[in-house]
Write a protein of this length. Structure first.
Ligand code: GDP
Length: 472
């Protein structure tokens, strides 16, 4: 009925238009974004979604090249469980305290900064693992510049190692390998490098370009050199930001502290954040009352690549939410209110992911150049066979890209990766495990499962040619 009023057409005409689309509605029903667009089009109207409007109010100041200054890299540590991610983060946290600084890092705030002996700075996200990394990405936030992937030298390149590699690659984030636990008598770093080479990941010792260093997160052996290699890799990225403007960045974590109120750790990515600034972060806002670094020390200002915990927001924003500073407090409040309202009306969805049914149409429209696929199968043989066949389906118009493949069930981490990279998931003789299915429904990720190789290939081929009959 709202729509009828807006377009000034009788309600029954709109109900009729919906029916002709096969959608039975009542006058009080909320329509999804796609239906709204199609129905409006029938009556000669074009739909503009308010999300776009309100977000437009957030205009970042333009940076001139001369305003840009080198910033510290932001690093995430990933790898298989028990290979030593936490130990490495702890070691770096303990050892690399600023010269002359008393006491190490005491607070866990979700991220921390370190200064190396030579004065160079780096920031680490303290939520190790590729799930956290990709969950942020699925929310539209890319904060990591580089990934350290830890592989235990007394173990092997494991499924989660492979996942971490795919997740970093899908995000376009350079990798530095940390071959860990070399203090152990059973450690065999060469075996790990050989395995990586077998996956087309040639580390430097093997004549490749990928940096890698043998370390022990327990004794600290090689950690300094590892960080130097990370910095070297960072130099190639030529990371820059303008520190002289209002701050913006991403929320890393947030919680309610009984004594202090809402505490949010944020990572400043651009500009400089100051106590007293008015901040909008996701659906929350407020004037910053105080800021603390990972040593619990009160600070007045935080520039690019600085993780900092802030007090003063009216709630806990979500990890991955963007934040901005506003001069106009009213404007920030309005946007926060609008976002809250939009979230309530979750039926209005503007961001949709690719589905197999849609591929043909999108290719025909010409706005679709790469088809990202995540492939999971029951055995290596079928995964390899399908990979080959899928890749052969690439045409001049569209490239089929296997952004991750592996043996095992479809996991939540696969769904997150699909969401972050707009991919479809294909399972061969495997099914979604745990909460993967419900997460896929929520994120609107297309999961197709097959038990006959020929069917999987044919479906994809048909879809790409726009010939796939819709799944009922
Ligand atoms: P995560 O699951 O990847 O975070 O792994 P943890 O950091 O929790 O490490 C798993 C186990 O391996 C712990 O018992 C650590 O003490 C041990 N560990 C980690 N790094 C090393 C290392 O370099 N040498 C040895 N000997 N043990 C290590």
């Amino acid at each position: 009925s709202e729509m009828a009023t807006m377009m000034d057409v009788p309600i029954n005409k709109i109900i009729g238009a919906c029916m002709s689309l096969g959608i039975m509605v009542t006058m009080n029903q909320r329509l999804d974004a796609e239906t709204l667009t199609i129905v409006a089009d029938e009556f000669g109207f074009e739909v503009e979604f308010v999300t776009a409007d309100i977000e437009e109010a957030i205009q970042e100041e333009e940076d001139r090249p001369e305003d840009m200054e080198t910033r510290a890299p932001i690093v995430t540590v990933m790898g298989h469980v028990d290979h030593g991610k936490t130990s490495l983060l702890d070691y770096i946290r303990k050892e690399n305290v600023i010269a002359g600084e008393s006491g190490g890092i005491t607070q866990h705030i979700g991220a921390y900064g370190v200064t190396l002996e030579n004065g160079q700075k780096m920031a680490f996200l303290d939520t190790p693992g590729h799930e956290a990394f990709t969950a942020m990405r699925a929310r539209g936030a890319q904060v990591t510049d580089l990934a350290i992937i830890v592989v235990a030298a007394d173990d092997d390149v494991m499924p989660q190692t492979k996942e971490a590699i795919s997740h970093a690659q899908a995000a376009g984030v350079p990798i530095v390998f940390a071959i860990n636990k070399v203090d152990k008598p059973t450690a065999n770093p060469e075996k790990i490098k050989e395995k990586l080479a077998g996956m087309n990941l040639l580390v430097e010792d093997w004549g490749g370009k990928i940096q890698s260093h043998d370390i022990s997160a327990k004794t600290g052996l090689g950690v300094k050199e590892l960080l130097e290699k990370v910095l070297l890799e960072a130099e190639l990225l030529d990371l820059k930001a303008n520190p002289n403007k209002m701050a913006s960045g991403t929320v890393v974590e947030a919680f309610l502290d009984k004594g202090r109120g809402y505490v949010s750790t944020i990572l400043v990515q651009s500009g400089t954040l100051k106590v007293g600034d008015y901040m909008l972060a996701g659906k929350n806002h407020g004037k910053i009352k105080a800021m603390h670094d990972e040593r619990g020390k009160s600070v007045k200002e935080a520039g690019p690549s600085t993780p900092i915990s802030v007090l003063g927001l009216d709630g806990a924003p979500q990890a991955g939410d963007k934040f901005h500073v506003f001069t106009d407090e009213r404007e920030a409040k309005q946007i926060a209110a609008k976002r809250t309202q939009l979230q309530r009306e979750q039926s209005v969805r503007t961001q949709r992911h690719i589905t197999l049914d849609e591929i043909g149409r999108r290719i025909a429209l010409g706005d679709f150049k790469e088809l990202n696929i995540i492939l999971k199968g029951d055995v290596d043989g079928s995964v390899e066979a399908l990979t080959d066949s899928f890749q052969k389906l690439s045409t001049e118009e569209i490239q089929v890209k296997l952004i991750h493949k592996g043996v095992g069930p479809i996991t939540e981490s696969d769904v997150l990766l699909a969401s972050a990279s707009d991919a479809i998931i294909i399972g061969f003789n495997v099914r979604p495990m745990g909460n993967a299915r419900s997460l896929a429904d929520k994120e609107e990720i297309d999961i197709r499962t097959y038990s006959i190789i020929y069917d999987a290939i044919n479906d994809l081929k048909d879809a790409m040619e726009g010939m796939l009959s819709p799944e009922m």
